[in-house]
Design a protein around this ligand. Structure first.
Ligand code: ADP
Ligand code: GLC
Length: 487
């Protein structure tokens, strides 16, 4: 495409600075891919106090900056660094971002001022464009946290030419989080009561950031074609299917990519040995290390089932919990899990690792290093999601020759090709019914393939490792979305 755009991407997460899940990975990678395609892109993030300014060479830039929240003036400062040549600007406002977590405290209680924190981020990002005289063709918002941007662009009184030709794109990474808050917070946004209506921000008497964002955005996308279809239906639309359908051909799915500089067994900086599709010895070493770290019995021949993810109802780990002991008692496997979130699930998997010691390992917490090691050292990777907008771990698994076992929903359906027992084709194992026994039998199918059809296992691993979901391809699709937004 010949167009070269000025793009302002705004997000609440970006790897390596702040990440709770895939949003961080996406915003860490997509801007780089867009830059490599010739676009002029800048990213705006909150300056959370846990971000190490020294480590990332983050320096003060524009101090101070006045942001208008309705009639109220609030102050912040802006800091800057570069990641792979992409400028990243941090909004420092300590009342809002000097917190131990991104969205909630250690006890998982949401910060009550979240609607204000992220409304401020949106307004500050636009103010920054004015102060810097940066005129974006596209303002790219991500999820509810930045969903006020399209509205601010359309109804803000900027009295400024920098936004004269600006269109907005809103990417929905997860429709389950919409930013629904008491209407008492609405006044702070400064968006005016005329927009607190049923078609825009009003939602059963409360305000809904994502709903308003969908209405005002020039283009909306989500992160896989299947999830785009799913959430356009009444059953899976989380109350916003009407708003999404109303966008018509201004709403579609663009599959996420993978940053293969970070997630490749050839270069991964966290794993003890490297390997590739033609030279797999390193995988055996990774498996050994994984068994050591999780205190499992060292055995290269037993398949390891790996899990990494947020313990939330979305991910389906409660299905796994229901068949867990039956699986461990009936199949010759080892199991490792890394995750945090729901306390019941945390306790359950911890207990299982005590009970089954040398066969089950659990780490409750967040560890980038262990996430990479599990991808590399496991034989299978389980994602029994109830819904999954895209999912990145199954795509990472493919690249590491760690065969995904997934429920065929959203992006899991789009990225994993089911194993064909007759030909050996495919890249993983799929099931459809969101029930514990569908999962149980699919794990059984995978494990019996491992033991009984090793030649097919080898073929699956090769097929999987040869798959590519590059960001360059997805970035090209975002270019089409930008053109659609601008026309
Ligand atoms: P989601 O965004 O819904 O959490 P994705 O599959 O898109 O799911 O992305 C999850 C990302 O977060 C992956 O990079 C995964 O490795 C990482 N992740 C999730 N939980 C943990 C954890 N406990 N420790 C380390 N990384 C984690
Ligand atoms: C969300 C989704 C996940 C997706 C990620 C990045 O957190 O739950 O499926 O991969 O965003 O788009």
């Amino acid at each position: 495409m010949d167009y070269k755009f000025n793009i302002l991407m705004v997000s609440s997460e970006m790897t390596p600075f702040a990440k709770t899940g895939g949003l961080g990975d996406v915003v860490g990678a997509l801007p780089k891919a867009l830059k490599n395609r010739g676009h002029n892109i800048a990213v705006v993030l909150p300056k959370y106090s846990f971000i190490d300014t020294g480590e990332y060479d983050i320096r003060p830039l524009n101090h101070p900056m006045c942001v208008h929240m309705g009639n109220k003036e609030e102050w912040c400062s802006v800091h800057q660094t570069f990641v792979d040549g992409v400028p990243v600007y941090f909004i420092e406002q300590n009342d809002y971002f000097d917190r131990e977590g991104l969205y909630h405290d250690k006890k998982m209680n949401d910060y009550s001022d979240n609607p204000r924190r992220f409304a401020f981020l949106c307004s500050a990002a636009l103010q920054f464009c004015i102060d810097k005289n940066f005129s974006p063709h596209i303002v790219h918002a991500n999820d509810w946290q930045t969903a006020l941007l399209p509205a601010y662009l359309k109804i803000g009184n900027w009295y400024n030419t920098v936004f004269e030709h600006t269109a907005s794109v809103l990417t929905i990474h997860n429709l389950a989080f919409q930013g629904v808050y008491s209407a008492a917070n609405y006044n702070y946004t400064g968006l005016g009561l005329e927009n607190f209506t049923l078609d825009k921000f009003e939602y059963y008497g409360a305000m809904n950031y994502l709903k308003g964002g969908i209405y005002f955005a020039d283009m909306v996308n989500t992160v896989s074609p299947t999830y785009a279809r799913e959430i356009s239906t009444h059953d899976l639309g989380n109350g916003l299917d009407i708003a999404l359908r109303a966008k018509g051909d201004r709403f579609w799915g663009i599959l996420n990519g993978v940053d293969y500089d970070i997630w490749s067994p050839e270069y991964d900086r966290y794993i003890p040995a490297h390997y590739s599709v033609d030279y797999m010895d390193g995988k055996i070493e990774c498996k050994r290390k994984l068994q050591q770290i999780f205190n499992l019995r060292e055995d290269p021949f037993v398949p390891i089932l790996g899990v990494v993810g947020r313990f939330s109802s979305q991910k389906g780990y409660h299905l796994l919990a229901q068949i867990f002991e039956e699986m461990i008692n009936s199949m010759h496997v080892q199991f490792v899990i890394l995750g945090t979130g729901d306390k019941e699930l945390e306790n359950f998997y911890n207990q299982m690792s005590y009970k089954y010691g040398s066969r089950v390992g659990a780490y409750i917490g967040f560890s980038e290093e262990l996430a990479h090691l599990i991808e590399a050292g496991s034989d299978f990777f389980i994602m029994p999601s109830i819904f999954e907008p895209c999912g990145l771990n199954q795509i990472y698994s493919l690249r590491y020759g760690t065969i995904p076992i997934v429920r065929a929903t959203g992006g899991l359906n789009d990225t994993v090709e089911n194993y064909n027992e007759y030909t050996g084709e495919g890249t993983g194992f799929k099931f459809w019914e969101p029930t514990p026994y569908s999962l149980y039998y699919t794990i059984g199918w995978a494990v019996s393939t491992y033991y009984d059809r090793p030649y097919h296992m080898e073929k699956l691993v090769k097929n999987a490792m040869n798959q590519r979901f590059s960001w360059d391809m997805s970035a090209e699709e975002y270019e089409y979305a930008y053109v659609r937004a601008l026309t």
